[in-house]
Design a protein around this ligand. Sequence first.
Ligand code: URA
Length: 197
Amino acid sequence: MPMEGLEVTACERCPDLCESRSRIVNGVGPADADLVFVGEAPGANEDEQGEPFVGRSGTVLDDALRDVGLARADVRITNCVRCRPPENRDPTNAELDNCREYLETELRRLDPELVVTLGKVPSEHLLDRSVAVTSEAGEVFDARVGDATYRLLVCVHPAATLYDRSQEETFTDAIEAAAELAGVGDADGGQSRLGDY
Ligand code: URA
């Protein structure tokens, strides 16, 4: 597998995505993060800048993190699929499957306290069932990913708050619950806050 540390350096598994991407967009954030956010796939901004969640969705996520005392640099942010799908379509099941090994490896190496899935695609991919994201947001489940089990909190996608204001509270409540579950601010070595100042 062409993976160095937590980074996929070369991959040709998905013919469409090899055409549509400018680059592979790997996860960012500390390799020992307690809190890992998993999105769907890079969009245009992410493809251009080579970093997940740097467009408008990223601003929503960054703001919500800041409101619970976390900086972007305190958490890991990654995607189910590392290459931008054409015209921002959803990744296909085959593409999700092709990229799964990378996500499994990333999660196994991080061994986080909590995985937060941002939206329907990552929630269904990691829970392996259909998910009603709005009604299940903030709930925690055990997710079997590869040969490990993680605590997983379902969250609406940050972009949903841009299209539907009524999702804002659902989103921020879930981020608050995630910070609490990952032990933000714990004196006993939980996730640190704001890049340790
Ligand atoms: N949406 C996602 O699911 N992932 C990104 O990286 C950006 C937007």
